[in-house]
Design a protein around this ligand. Structure first.
Ligand SMILES: *Cc1c(COP(=O)(O)O)cnc(C)c1O
Length: 431
């Protein structure tokens, strides 16, 4: 391990001109009491920082990097596209292809509109739901993140959980009060919200597999039961697939759990690392969007050719036989290895894993919702995080994030990670 001198210097320089020195708060190393590394290069499963330290990367750009970094085929596709211009403010053929690919893979996605971020997708899905139902309120789950639009910044998971800010300043109370918060994995609590505000709730929005309070698995029957409950009350179900879409299967994860979404959100993987988001769902709802209907939504860079080409090439590679089986095998080995490491060292904790998403919660035996996630030991996690960094394993600097496994994580990287975790835990995590 080299020093992190250059990163430290860059962080000081950044902090003078960029708030907190970062362009997204989850990139700060505030919760682990250090200055973040600056990344200079990346390839496959590895990132290299400005001082030349090389790490096995489990941040994966917070989700998009499912093929690993700088996949040569995706890079070539983007190069080729760039020669033809970056966008025209006009329609292009390949955006139809991306919408068709999503619609074919996701039965509930009859129509698709592309935007530039998951945040926009969430904001627009809510607007459609409110317009369609004539209702104003929305239910979200404690610990789920759906982007940083005003209505969604209530108990919004990792960013706030890490920094101890459950909600955001600057969201006017009348807007925040339209968002009701239910306990994840607890249908009774959703029922309670509907009873409190009968005929006022436009939609329930849920991460199909929550990954923003750390990874939490939906309890058996939860998403199916939620669909029935929501529809019985005349509301719409919005499944947020920004992380899970095309990561957990070629399509929407919620369909594995028999959910029946009216609207869905995509992002991350479908842009292959370039900025993207998508709203999808029932044709009658999607046709409420301008210019077909009265719900306004627009975007200068929506469906831009570089994002669309990167996304299409990524999905083409994921569609090849065996891709998800390979991801599953590597992720299962990692999950088992981390679980063994906890058991061998007698350190209390658990590993939640769904496909290529996993979180090791330290200090808590079973994490099923935001309350149990918050009981995890963030101090001990910080110790673990620094030991892993020293061993060349790059985790997100928060107990409440996922590890993202990519197709570039081979046996060597996974075994190195398990060995590093064994060593990091061996001497206990007391400061
Ligand atoms: C990342 C994320 C978003 C927001 O997407 P951005 O592109 O960052 O705006 C929304 N929902 C979930 C589940 C996410 O993980």
């Amino acid at each position: 391990m080299n020093t992190r001198e250059k990163s430290d210097r860059l962080h000081k320089r950044a902090a003078k001109v960029i708030p907190g020195g970062v362009n997204s708060p989850v990139r700060a190393w505030k919760a682990v009491n250090a200055a973040p590394v600056f990344i200079a290069d990346a390839a496959g499963a590895y990132v290299i920082d400005q001082d030349g330290n090389r790490y096995v990367d489990y941040v994966g750009a917070y989700g998009p990097a499912i093929l690993g970094h700088a996949n040569p085929k995706v890079v070539a596709a983007v190069h080729e596209q760039a020669r033809h211009g970056f966008g025209y403010g006009a329609s292009i053929e390949i955006e139809i292809e991306l919408a068709e690919t999503i619609a074919r893979a996701v039965p509930a996605a009859e129509k698709v509109r592309l935007v530039s971020s998951g945040t926009e997708a969430g904001m627009t899905a809510l607007r459609i739901a409110r317009a369609a139902t004539g209702r104003a309120k929305v239910i979200k789950f404690d610990g789920c993140y759906h982007g940083h639009s005003d209505s969604m910044l209530v108990r919004a998971g990792s960013g706030g959980m890490t920094l101890g800010q459950p909600d955001s300043a600057g969201v006017p109370e009348p807007i925040a009060s339209l968002t009701m918060v239910a306990r994840y994995n607890t249908l009774d609590d959703v029922e309670r919200c509907f009873r409190t505000a009968p005929n006022e709730i436009a939609a329930v929005i849920v991460e199909s597999v929550p990954a923003n309070m750390g990874v939490v698995e939906p309890a058996p029957g939860f998403l199916k039961g939620l669909s029935d409950l929501v529809h019985r009350h005349g509301a719409l179900l919005i499944c947020d697939e920004v992380i899970t879409g095309f990561r957990l299967r070629f399509g929407a994860a919620c369909e594995t759990y028999k959910a029946e979404p009216d609207l869905l959100m995509f992002g991350k993987v479908i842009g292959g690392g370039m900025p993207i988001g998508a709203i999808a769902g029932r044709a009658d709802l999607m046709d409420l969007l301008a210019p077909e209907g009265p719900v306004y939504q627009a975007g200068t860079l929506s469906g831009n050719p570089l994002s669309v080409r990167a996304g299409l090439e990524t999905l083409r590679i994921l569609a090849a036989p065996g891709a998800y089986e390979t991801l599953e095998a590597a992720s299962a080995r990692l999950g088992d290895g981390l679980r063994d490491a906890l058991r061998k060292t007698g350190i209390r904790g658990c590993v939640n894993r769904v496909g290529s998403l996993l979180t090791m919660f330290i200090g808590e035996d079973a994490v099923v919702d935001a309350d149990s996630a918050r009981r995890a030991d963030a101090k001990k996690f910080a110790t673990f995080f620094h030991r892993m960094i020293e061993s060349g394993i790059y985790l997100a600097p928060s107990q409440f994030e996922a590890m993202f496994v990519s197709l570039a994580h081979g046996g060597e990287e996974i075994e190195r990670t398990i060995t590093a975790a064994d060593q990091a835990l061996a001497s206990g995590l007391e400061p």
